[in-house]
Design a protein around this ligand. Structure first.
Ligand code: CTP
Ligand code: MG
Length: 229
């Protein structure tokens, strides 16, 4: 039987947030943002172990308490890009994870991931040949802008999805894909480059990525409304 593991890349600098520290360590309801992300994955019943990937130069991790997160292992192997951080993590855990085991890669910057979304993803993909990702069908009309901030083109939203994480693939396939295609912005992109078609699993916008300063208040509202904390 395949087992389930999670890898959480948390080695970014959060440049678009423009804060005094990387966004994964900003305060969200009295905890670092990253704690909320890890808390959900560490309490997902199917997931055996969660690996968090931080930068070798990270000076923030030690300043917080992570005690309540029992299935957590820290990997100080973050790289130059997100894909590099994930690749380094895959290499670091090769003795612990089997080729056919499932790996869920989830952005540290998505603290509002819910247990239901994790369970949905795992349930939908457990017998899939390729694997897949949470994603949201595009609801708005899309415009391409020009350099003057005017509409250059309207783009049909038909068939378009916004990719989220977790992205769930088997260890062996994911490792091979990222080695062959290190320039991708998500795991699915590397799998697609091998000629395979990851499955889209419908999620919703509550699992958004905290990117800009205004996003923090929205994340707090979503977590509070859920009332688990
Ligand atoms: N990430 C990582 N290693 C990197 C770059 C990013 O582990 N070299 C992680 C981030 O910590 C984040 C996730 O990948 O959890 C998604 O990246 P993004 O939202 O772009 O975060 P940052 O790169 O930190 O932010 P920005 O692009 O605004 O600088
Ligand atoms: Mg980035």
């Amino acid at each position: 039987m395949s087992r389930y593991f999670a890898i959480v890349p948390a080695a970014g600098s959060g440049s678009r947030m423009g804060a005094e520290r990387p966004k994964q360590y900003l305060e969200l309801l009295g905890r670092p943002l990253l704690w909320h992300t890890l808390n959900t994955l560490c309490h997902a019943p199917a997931i055996e172990q969660v690996f968090v990937v931080i930068s070798p130069e990270d000076q923030w991790w030690e300043t917080f308490s992570w005690e309540s997160l029992e299935s957590l292992q820290v990997l100080r192997v973050g790289g130059e890009t997100r894909a590099q951080s994930v690749s380094n993590a895959l290499a670091a855990v090769c003795g612990q994870v089997g080729q056919e085991d499932w790996v869920l890669v989830h952005d540290a910057a998505r603290p509002c991931l819910s247990q239901l979304q994790v369970a949905d993803l795992i349930h939908t993909l457990q017998d899939d040949e390729v694997g897949g990702l949470l994603a949201v069908p595009v609801a708005d009309t899309l415009k391409r802008g020009d350099a003057q901030g005017r509409v250059a083109q309207t783009i049909s939203r038909e068939g378009l999805w916004q990719a989220q994480t977790p992205q769930m693939f088997r260890y062996g396939l994911l490792d091979k894909a990222l080695q062959a295609c290190p320039g991708v912005t998500d795991e699915a992109g590397a799998i697609e480059a091998l000629g395979l078609s990851p499955r889209l699993v419908a999620a919703d916008m509550t699992n958004f990525k905290v990117t800009y300063p205004r996003d923090l208040a929205l994340a707090a509202q979503i977590l509070q409304a859920r009332g688990e904390l």
